[in-house]
Design a protein around this ligand. Sequence first.
Ligand code: PLP
Length: 283
Amino acid sequence: MRTVYINGQFVAEDAAHVSIFDRGLLFADAVYEVFSVLDGRIIDYAAHMMRLERSLAEMTIDHDCSATDWPGLLAALIERNALTEGTIYLQISRGAADRDFLFPKAGTPATVFAFTQARALVFNPMAERGMRIITRPDRRWGRRDIKTVQLLYASMMKMEAKAAGVDDCWLVEGDVITEGTSQNACIITPNGHLVTRDLGHHILPGVTRLSLIDIARASGITVEERPFTIAEAQGAAEAFVTSASLFVMPVVEIDGLSVGDGRPGFETMALRRAYIEHARAQG
Ligand code: PLP
C-alpha cells in the first residue's frame, strides 16, 4: 500500500480523505501537476513548480507554495514509496466550504495532496510501435493554459479513441490541431523542421514541450511554434507527442492515414533518446 501526502501529513493511501464540500470535488476548482520520476529523481522540477504557481495565480487560489518545502516533501514521498520510475500527482484545491458558486472567504485553507504511481517510462512498448490516433473537435473550456482538474472532455475523447481501436486523440479547432488529450502535439515537416502549436489560452504549456524545444534547437533543428492542420500532420515526415509520462512518443497514424512510412520516425526517436538523456542528467 502506498504512503500518500495530504494536508501536511503522510498517511496510508486508504486513510487519506477529503471533505464532500471540497471545491475540487464540487466545482473542479483545483489545479494539479504531474511530475515524472526517473532513477528516483524528479525531471524538470523547477518548470513544473513554476507552472503550478502560475495555475494557482490564474485561478486566484490563495495558496503560497513557497511556504512548503516541496523539494523535501516530494523527495520523502519518493523514498517512502521506494519509487524509482513513475509519476507524482500533486493537487491543490480552493478548499472546503458550504456549496456556493461564489468563492469561500479569504483564509479558507487549500486542500493539498500528492501520491506516487510507479510505471515504466523509458521502456514503454508504445515507443517501439508508435501511437495511432484519431482527431476530434476540441470542446474543452477556453483556458486550457491553466492545469485544472476539469478533465472530463479529455477523458471522454480518450474513451472514444479506445472504442475506435486506437491509442489516443488529437483535438482540433476548425481543422487546426490544438493538442492531444493529455499531451502536446508535434510534427517534423518534410524539410526537417519541428512544428508545434504556439502557446496561448488554447493549449497547456507542456513542460516536456518546453524542454524538448530547447533540446531540438541545441541540436540544430529549426523549431516553428505555429498552428498546423490535420492535413499537414498527415503529410508530415514524422509526428509525435510530448508529456511528462510519455516523454517523446512517436505517432504513426492519424485518422487512418500513415504518417511517413507508418513507423516511428528517425528524428522522433533521436529526440526521445536526447530527452531521456536530459532527464537522467538531472538531480
Ligand atoms: N496538454 C495537456 C492537455 C495535458 O494534460 C498535458 C499533460 O498532462 C500536456 C499537454 C503535457 O504537459 P507536460 O509535458 O507538462 O506533461
